[in-house]
Design a protein around this ligand. Structure first.
Ligand SMILES: Cc1cc2nc3c(=O)[nH]c(=O)nc-3n(C[C@H](O)[C@H](O)[C@H](O)COP(=O)(O)OP(=O)(O)OC[C@H]3O[C@@H](n4cnc5c(N)ncnc54)[C@H](O)[C@@H]3O)c2cc1C
Length: 401
């Protein structure tokens, strides 16, 4: 499909854009000023509408109850959903669930498929992915302390994780654990399903992030596995396969994140232009007459378009040669798009002046919460290493003929 949009896909994009504008934008004042849990009944109602449109978990195949969009098609939908902070959640395509669904679809047993995957795709439960630990650098996840030790036909998990996003009120967690500390680094770990609530999994605290502890889906927790017993049959994938499986979460997932960020950029630019057009500086001038504001608008337009083309290029590379061989293209978008995102949001805030700092618009929420885009799914610096190493190796190979 490449960069083209078919008429059928365009119709879907238009429908989603209108839904986000008319159903989700009006919820923002409540989202910004009230506890998120108060919005849950509304979100449940909206999900019924989305299900009726056949677009719940539209990134997932139809045989498991998803909408059956190809990942390049879903990338375009993701841009539209990104324009609202609850867009992906209402369409049941939010992180970490979307990545978990994709990972599970490939690796679950038939029994796990019915018990864990189907209810997740149907939006009946949410999930968490618990990999990062407070005591180890998440950038090098082979270094982990949480263990799962075999005890008869069960495993017993012990240790601490943090930044377990959305684990509050989730239906299950996926635990990344060391099962064989003596194995080569990339074969030490295995994944397990942990149904929640579980007496062996304690939420120690909701971490305050950029001034907010959040609730339910919008929270990041520090947790403790404390003699958490799970049946051996609840292992996800094979023993020692966790790192290989974790990689599966990251290829198309990064495309979706980047397209969501482009959606945020488009919305922020829209708000910037509208403010510049209407904010009077005197009786005969508006902000948009000022050249510095015009520069922000023009530079944002060019950078967002460049970012989108780069992401579609990476998506096409995944399509043609697989995620593993498209690592450079994927790392390029993972460093480039967050930079554009942060710049565009910053300019939009500047254009709004003091109002940009308030929660009267969605901009300050994005400014706080999207800073993480340069850290999760691999910090900028790690992706730069990937790109540079690949180019250096390519040149060395050329020299050797
Ligand atoms: C909003 C948010 C949500 C998250 N959700 C989850 C979740 O649901 N589940 C989960 O398991 N984890 C989650 N994480 C954790 C995330 O995966 C880690 O933060 C990430 O992997 C980086 O690990 P770290 O924080 O330990 O940083 P570290 O690994 O300690 O790195 C710190 C800094 O060092 C630099 N650095 C690291 N490696 C290199 C290198 N090789 N070369 C040069 N510089 C380097 C980078 O600047 C990096 O930012 C989330 C994080 C955030 C911010």
């Amino acid at each position: 499909m490449g960069f083209d949009v078919t008429p059928e896909l365009q119709a879907k994009i238009d429908t989603v854009r209108e839904f986000v504008r008319t159903e989700l934008y009006p919820l923002e004042p409540q989202f910004l000023t009230r506890p998120f849990t108060e919005l849950l009944p509304t979100i449940a109602e909206l999900r019924k509408k989305v299900a009726a449109m056949g677009m719940l978990a539209s990134h997932m195949p139809t045989d498991i109850g998803g909408g059956g969009l190809h990942f390049l098609e879903f990338a375009r939908i993701s841009e539209e959903l990104g324009k609202s902070p609850i867009g992906l959640l209402v369409f049941n395509s939010q992180a970490p669930d979307a990545g978990n669904m994709e990972l599970m679809y490939k690796h679950v047993t038939p029994e796990q498929r019915e018990r864990f995957l189907r209810p997740l795709v149907a939006g009946e439960v949410r999930s968490a992915f618990t990999m990062t630990e407070p005591g180890h650098a998440g950038s090098n996840p082979v270094d982990m302390s949480v263990t799962a030790v075999k005890d008869g036909d069960h495993y017993v998990i012990n240790g601490r994780k943090w930044f377990s996003t959305a684990i509050e009120n989730a239906g299950f967690a996926i635990a990344m654990t060391v099962t064989n500390p003596k194995a080569p680094p990339h074969q030490r770990a295995s994944m397990f399903f942990v149904p929640l609530p579980h007496p062996g999994l304690k939420i120690l605290r909701k971490i305050s992030v950029m001034g907010e502890t959040g609730h339910d889906f919008f929270c990041h927790c520090e947790i403790e596995y404390d003699n958490c017993r799970v049946p051996a049959t609840d292992m996800l994938g094979g023993e020692g396969q966790a790192f290989r499986l974790a990689q599966d979460r990251l290829g198309p997932g990064r495309i979706h994140h980047c397209m969501r960020w482009i959606g945020i950029c488009e919305r922020a630019l829209d708000m910037m232009v509208e403010r510049a057009r209407t904010r009077k500086l005197g009786h005969d001038r508006v902000l948009g007459d000022m050249q510095s504001v015009q520069n922000w608008i023009a530079e944002s337009r060019a950078e967002i378009d460049a970012a989108r083309l780069l992401v579609l290029n990476a998506a096409e590379a995944i399509e043609k040669k697989g995620a593993q061989n498209a690592r450079v293209e994927i790392s390029c978008i993972k460093i480039f798009v967050p930079q554009v995102l942060m710049k565009v949001i910053d300019r939009a805030i500047q254009t709004h002046g003091a109002m940009g700092m308030t929660d009267d618009t969605i901009l300050s929420w994005w400014y706080r919460h999207e800073r993480g885009s340069r850290i999760y799914d691999g910090p900028d610096e790690v992706h730069k290493v990937v790109i540079a190493r690949a180019l250096l190796k390519e040149h060395a190979l050329k020299e050797r003929g």
